[in-house]
Design a protein around this ligand. Structure first.
Ligand code: PLP
Length: 342
């Protein structure tokens, strides 16, 4: 009999547990409207405004947060101006700058962290936009409230700082920034969120930004009409409103992240302390990394080989459930480490 081999996909930082079952009901409830153009996403804005206790005028919605990242580049950076990012951070910042012919200046991470102090010497008159992923993808590390605030207090209010919180719902460190509070004080701060991670609707494409009302007006003028479709708005509302599903995903992630982290440390592997739904490991050589990757791939566990992002010695693993986490540690302990020693 032919056996179906199903790959466990741990390569793209999606929610391992899928999405809230309410999302399917919400999608079904909208099928009768699909021949009509979508309305402006006012309902979704209202839900988000209530959730964050802000005015709906401080929100912009996009088909995924990458669309808002692109929008920021188009809105705030002229041809001869510069965008400042970290060199081992979310790859879309650099890709979208290059797509739109904007110069990208890169700061080095500090021990896997987007330490904003590293940005200061690189700021000049041409710097118009800064991206900081918090937690950072791929390292999973965070910067604290105080670090972000002291950076904001030191730079010109003319420079837009986009703090990308795509993974913030997973964070359990109390020092994580209260970015909504900071945004009230620093009008140049723009917060980005994604519904592709803990909310589990990556395939539907929804993201949003929170910014000063004047900046939202500027950004909206560069947004394509009908950017959010009817099904996506309904799915987004259902996923945001299911607190149980979110809390459950967050807690399971916390437990399995801790389990993997502690075991990888015990096994002597190089790893950053992540606060997200993935972890980053690096090896002494590409050969060692390939061996680690292959041990998992041969057992149908597909992780992200960071070679595609120019880091041939590193991998990023999305956190799965108990069963898959235990399987990973077993395979690494008994196959990878044994291969290394032999
Ligand atoms: C830091 C970060 N920001 C944004 C995104 C993009 O999210 P979306 O699917 O909402 O475009 C990702 C996706 O991997 C990410 O890692």
């Amino acid at each position: 009999m032919k056996r179906n081999i199903i790959n466990v996909r741990l390569s793209a930082n999606e929610n391992f547990y899928g999405c809230s079952p309410n999302v399917f009901k919400a999608i079904n409830s909208q099928t009768e409207n699909i021949s009509l153009y979508p309305n402006a996403p006012l309902k979704l804005k209202e839900v988000l405004a209530n959730k964050y206790n802000i005015s709906a005028n401080k929100l912009i919605i996009g088909a995924g947060s990458v669309r808002i990242i692109e929008n920021l580049i188009l809105t705030f950076v002229k041809d001869d101006e510069e965008v400042l990012i970290f060199d081992n951070s979310f790859v879309a910042y650099k890709q979208l700058c290059s797509f739109h012919n904007k110069k990208c200046v890169m700061a080095k991470l500090d021990n896997g962290r987007c330490d904003p102090k590293k940005l200061l010497p690189l700021i000049n008159k041409k710097t118009k936009l800064i991206f900081i992923a918090n937690p950072n993808n791929p390292t999973g590390t965070i910067i604290s409230h105080n670090e972000l605030e002291s950076f904001l207090s030191e730079i010109s209010p003319e420079i837009i700082v986009a703090i990308d919180e795509a993974y913030s719902e997973y964070v359990f460190d109390d020092n994580f920034p209260d970015s909504i509070k900071l945004q009230e004080k620093y009008k140049n701060l723009i917060i980005l969120h994604s519904l592709s991670k803990i909310y589990g609707i990556a395939g539907i494409r929804v993201g949003f930004g929170i910014a000063d009302e004047k900046n939202i007006v500027k950004m909206s003028s560069k947004m394509l009409p009908f950017t959010l479709n009817t099904i996506a708005e309904a799915a987004a509302i259902a996923s945001i409103e299911d607190d149980n599903f979110i809390e459950n995903s967050r807690e399971k992630n916390r437990i399995n992240l801790k389990y993997l982290y502690e075991n990888f440390v015990k096994l002597g592997l190089n790893i950053f302390p992540s606060q997200a739904n993935f972890i980053y490991l690096w090896f002494d050589s590409e050969k060692e990394k390939d061996c680690f990757y292959n041990v998992l791939a041969q057992n149908n566990i597909i992780i992200c080989d960071m070679k595609v992002f120019g880091q041939p010695n590193a991998v990023r693993i999305t956190i799965g459930d108990n069963k898959v986490s235990r399987k990973i540690i077993c395979l690494i302990k008994y196959e990878f480490i044994r291969n290394l020693k032999s």
